[in-house]
Design a protein around this ligand. Structure first.
Ligand code: SAM
Length: 243
């Protein structure tokens, strides 16, 4: 097991390349780059919550949508994935600089794409897609679900992580992000001209299951330390149904 996955560190390093970091990034010397969250283990907790141990990544083709600083891209490569593609919009100014900085430390080489995944001309399909913290940044969740289904191989897996609506209903509900109303999170309307910076819709659990069913996925909610510590976040494993 690589030291990348260790739940301890020596020193917290701030902005080693002069950039702010979103991910708290492990380094091979046992230090960590400080990220945006007070909890330095938030990404490691999410990684463990994905429950990938039961689904071997070995040799798999992985797409990390909204890769940001690349924690999950690097984790997949160190866990044995065959090839990993990281994609993020240029509207994240530290991308791909931070990701490339971290990859150099870990001596891994993902394919790195700067683009909106909704518009990118992908040339291959994937066995695993990470879609972590991206759903609520999209203006069209339904078109995105259709595209992600198309990008997966038969029986391919989509790992979806999202802020949830806290409205408890057996019916599928999407709560709007708003700067006006006290909804679960703000919209940040001032960023609407960029891609992937404002918030739009937060599903409840039924809405995620319904979305999965609409686009021919099975769907399981994954519970773990991450969802225990962050109960307003949901983690789901969607599997593409064979036609
Ligand atoms: C909340 S961060 C999550 C980062 C990482 N996946 C994680 O879970 O820690 C959302 C990331 O998705 C990116 N993003 C949002 N919409 C995108 C799009 N349409 N195409 C590519 N990247 C996008 C943002 O720029 C940002 O880096």
């Amino acid at each position: 097991m690589s030291s990348f996955f260790e739940a301890s560190y020596n020193n917290l390093i701030h902005r080693p390349n002069g950039r702010d970091w979103w991910h708290c990034m492990p380094l091979p010397n046992g230090n960590r780059i400080a990220g945006a969250h007070a909890d330095c283990f938030v990404q490691l907790k999410l990684w463990e919550n994905l429950d990938l141990l039961t689904f071997d990544l070995a040799g798999k083709r992985v797409l990390d949508v909204g890769a940001n600083d690349g924690f999950f891209t690097i984790a997949a490569l160190l866990a044995g994935a065959g090839k990993v593609t990281a994609i993020n919009t240029a509207d994240r100014p530290s991308y791909p600089e931070n990701l490339l900085f971290a990859c150099k430390q870990w001596n891994v080489a993902p394919e790195v794409v700067v683009d909106d995944f909704q518009a990118h001309p992908f040339e291959s399909s994937y066995e695993v897609i990470f879609f972590l913290g991206v759903l609520y940044h999209l203006e069209n969740i339904f078109a995105a679900a259709k595209l992600l289904h198309k990008l997966l191989n038969d029986r391919g897996r989509l790992y979806l992580e999202t802020q949830m609506s806290l409205i408890d209903s057996p019916l599928p509900i999407y709560e709007a992000a708003s700067d006006t109303y006290p909804t679960v999170a703000k919209q940040y309307k001032e960023h609407l001209h960029l891609t992937g910076r404002s918030n739009f819709l937060f599903p409840n659990e039924a809405a995620v299951h319904n979305l999965a069913s609409s686009y021919d996925f099975t769907c399981e909610r994954l519970m773990g330390v991450y969802t225990h510590h962050y109960p307003s976040r949901g983690v789901f494993r969607l599997t593409k149904l064979m036609k």
